[in-house]
Design a protein around this ligand. Structure first.
Ligand code: FAD
Length: 248
């Protein structure tokens, strides 16, 4: 949060946090327990003394704004946060629309040669947007992950275990790695998404800067409502805050 305040100011940071909370609430209502969604809380742990100071500052700022956060042994605990299975969530949302509305496996090579008839086109292509609209201020930034098999962390023992403590201290991994994956995220210059009209019949909903879970549902909902005649999404999401390249 201190980084966001330094970048966007206290007021806008407050509004952005409110927006992400509404995003979570609206998504939770729509999923209604599907995709293993649960509000189980989250914990952010500091790896360095500087991060520890940052977390303490975050806790103070967030608590002042009424967010239910607490510092627990140097980690920041937020009881309102949740978790879900992202692939199942996409499947659940897709199953809510009528058959035939979603066309899969359709590659768009150029905005001038759309493979489908459309009154409105929304670029929801996140990191890949520049391949269709060169010059759009979204930079593809790669990230890699791995997942381990569960470690021996079962039972009622409340004491710490040497293995897990050593993990946390070194931030290393000793359990067998079961999955590895990488992907590309779409970063914008101010770390906020681009949501709104670019040109007649052409809009964008992309550039989540690694935080699509926190923004995308509400951004997409608001853009769809706007294209159907409703009010525009908040001004701080307007893509025209940056110079927009012409769609050729
Ligand atoms: C390793 C990794 C970890 C992440 N962790 C988190 C996290 O912890 N929390 C969080 O909030 N976010 C996280 N993210 C970011 C999150 O995944 C994205 O913000 C989110 O997926 C964006 O959703 P999207 O639908 O806008 O874009 P995407 O999921 O990227 O979907 C874009 C789609 O457009 C398609 N497409 C692109 N170009 C074309 C074309 N020309 N024609 C047809 N189709 C096209 C692509 O194939 C893709 O299916 C992570 C990302 C990565 C890579």
């Amino acid at each position: 949060m201190p980084k966001s305040v330094a970048r966007h100011g206290r007021e806008l940071t407050r509004e952005i946090w409110g927006y992400t909370a509404e995003n979570h609430q609206r998504l939770a209502e729509t999923l209604a327990g599907r995709a293993a969604h649960r509000r189980k809380g989250s914990r952010v742990m500091a790896a360095t003394a500087a991060e520890k100071r940052q977390l303490a500052e975050s806790a103070e700022l967030m608590a002042a704004d009424g967010w239910p956060v607490e510092l627990r042994g140097g980690s920041l605990y937020n009881s309102r946060d949740g978790k879900l299975n992202p692939a199942q969530a996409v499947g659940a949302l897709a199953s809510d629309v009528s058959a035939g509305v979603i066309a899969e496996g359709v590659a768009v090579a150029s905005l001038n040669e759309l493979p489908l008839d459309a009154d409105e086109v929304v670029l929801a292509t996140n990191a890949f947007t520049e391949t269709l609209l060169p010059g759009i201020p979204i930079t593809p930034v790669r990230a890699q992950m791995l997942a381990t098999a569960p470690d021996a962390e079962v039972g009622f023992d409340l004491s710490t275990t040497a293995t897990i403590q050593a993990h946390l201290e070194s931030l290393g991994v000793t359990a067998p790695v079961t999955h590895r994956w990488a992907g590309t995220m779409g970063f914008t210059p101010d770390a906020l998404p681009l949501v709104g009209r670019l040109a007649p019949r052409l809009s964008i909903c992309a550039g989540y800067t690694g935080h699509g879970m926190a923004f995308a549902f509400l951004c997409a909902r608001q853009l769809a409502d706007h294209l159907a005649g409703g009010p525009p999404p908040p001004q701080w999401l307007d893509p025209r805050r940056f110079p927009i390249p012409p769609a050729t």
